[in-house]
Structure formats: C-alpha cells, structure tokens
Design a protein around this ligand. Structure first.
Ligand code: PNS
Length: 169
C-alpha cells in the first residue's frame, strides 16, 4: 500500500550503495525490487579514490540513470565519505543490499553491524535471484576483456558502453 506524502506518512526511503563499475543485471534486480518496497530509492555510487575504476563516476551515474529510469522512484548520485553520513544527511533509515551467497555474508554482516553501531541505520538484505548469484562487476569486466559473451548479464546500454571502453584500449 502506498501512503500519500504527509508529515504523518513521510516518504519511505532506502539507499542501494555500491561501486557500480558498471551496473549489472544483478544490481538492477535488487534496485528494481527495492523500488517496489520503498517510495524513494537512492542509488549511490560510493567514491573510493584508492580504486581505479573502468568507468568514471559520471559515466557510472549516467548508465544507472538510464537503466533505472523506468522505475520512476530512483535517485542516483555519487558520495565521497561514510555511507552513514550520506544516510544522515538525507534522513534515510535503511540500506538495501543484495546477498549472492554465503561468502558475501561475513563482510556484509560486519558492515551492517558497523553502520548500525555508528548511526542506527538498518541494513536489509534481499537474496539475489539465482540467475545472478555468480555475477559481479569485476567478473563481467574480466570476461568482456577476453571477448566472452556478457550480453545476458548487463543491460544493452551497459554492454555498448563496455564495448566502447574496450575498443578504446
Ligand atoms: O559495490 P561494492 O564495491 O561491493 O560496494 C561496497 C560499498 C561501496 C557499499 C562499501 O564499501 C561502502 O559502504 N563504502 C562507503 C564507505 C563506508 O561507509 N565504509 C564503512 C563501511 S562499514
């Protein structure tokens, strides 16, 4: 049930954070499902200056905006700093993450507990669709670099952007 926006029923917000270098169908599945549970979903490209990405932050944002436009309630931006500060500044009480496998769990649990201890923000895990349980941006880039078929793993616009990037090398 959706509530009309009012002081009594404020918008329910959540954030889906990540590196998104680039966004994959696995990310998109989680964002789509979060967008059905919350009024506004903030998709945030967390800037990590120690990590040299394939795509610039602006390119990542443009790709995410394009592939999430159809959901109608997704806001995309970049943030440099602690995720809990992003949440505090925008009054976001929940972080939504996808869990692919047991191997994700240890680190995700640590981050969830740290973030909750720092600010009280809650983390909610959505089990990744089995179709994407092996999927990561790093693997997509590696397979694409060697000419493997990744067309079923990323949206068409991301596939084009990856091919253009690799063609530039
Ligand atoms: O897509 P990724 O690289 O797996 O996402 C990890 C990310 C960006 C969500 C995580 O590293 C993060 O939240 N970074 C922001 C900095 C921060 O708040 N660090 C403390 C985490 S407890």
């Amino acid at each position: 049930m959706t509530h009309p926006q009012s002081e009594e029923f404020p918008l329910r917000r959540a954030v889906c954070p990540g590196s998104f270098d680039p966004i994959t169908n696995g990310h998109l599945d989680i964002i789509a499902r979060a967008s059905r549970l919350y009024d506004v979903v903030h998709v945030t490209v967390m800037i990590n200056k120690a990590k040299q990405g394939m795509f610039t932050v602006d390119e990542r944002i443009a790709l995410i905006e394009e592939v999430t436009a159809e959901f109608g309630n997704v806001q995309v931006e970049a943030f440099h700093g602690l995720l809990v500060d992003f949440c505090k500044e925008r009054d976001i009480p929940a972080i939504v993450k996808g869990l692919r496998a047991v191997s994700d769990f240890d680190y995700e649990l640590q981050m969830a507990q740290m973030n909750n201890g720092l600010s009280g923000v809650e983390t909610l895990f959505i089990p990744t669709s089995p179709t994407y349980s092996f999927l990561s941006s790093s693997l997509v880039k590696e397979v694409a670099q060697w000419g493997g078929d990744i067309s079923h793993l990323v949206p068409p616009t991301v596939l084009d952007a990856l091919n253009r990037k690799l063609g530039q090398r």
